[in-house]
Ligand binder design. Structure first.
Ligand SMILES: C[S@@+](CC[C@H](N)C(=O)[O-])C[C@H]1O[C@@H](n2cnc3c(N)ncnc32)[C@H](O)[C@@H]1O
Length: 142
């Protein structure tokens, strides 16, 4: 499986990316996984290569403006620079989904809602045995 820049060039030349998993380790078969780590960091496959990986960080995504139709960010650091980058690479009708633990001390999703305009939906779900908040933002619908 090709990885890194050559994978991006081979698969994405001139095309939209259907699904980008930021901090992804291979949960979604059809996703491109943006991750600075070449290897999975969690679970029984820890240490194995991350498939379909784009080598990079959420704060500096190596993709063009308006090139990603759906983005998922699960339990991955969400700095303000990263939120700006997600807004930059998303198409104007993209859907973005965020899943993170949220409590009174830490609510990374509040900053996402401030920085990205769209139709917002918030729910709770159990994810890998952990309660997380799911924030969905649909651009171009709000
Ligand atoms: C707790 S794991 C979550 C993995 C997966 N998203 C999940 O929920 O199962 C955090 C992941 O974020 C990646 N990561 C850490 N800093 C990152 C950054 N600045 N940009 C993108 N990914 C990052 C790590 O390498 C790791 O794979």
């Amino acid at each position: 499986m090709p990885t890194g820049d050559s994978f991006v060039r081979d698969r994405c030349r001139g095309d939209m990316i259907a699904l980008l998993d930021v901090g992804g380790e291979g949960r979604y078969a059809t996703a491109m996984n943006l991750n600075p780590s070449a290897e999975k960091t969690l679970g029984p496959d820890k240490g194995r290569p991350i498939p379909n990986r784009i080598d990079g960080r959420a704060e500096d995504i190596p993709l063009p403006d308006s090139s990603v139709k759906a983005i998922v960010v699960e339990r991955t650091p969400l700095r303000n620079e990263a939120i700006d980058e997600l807004a930059r690479v998303a198409t104007n009708d993209a859907t973005l989904v965020f899943r993170h633990p949220v409590d009174e001390h830490s609510d990374p999703h509040a900053r996402v809602v401030e920085q990205i305009n769209g139709e917002v939906e918030i729910g709770q779900l159990e994810f890998d045995g952990q309660m997380v908040q799911q924030l969905t933002i649909r651009l171009g619908a709000g």
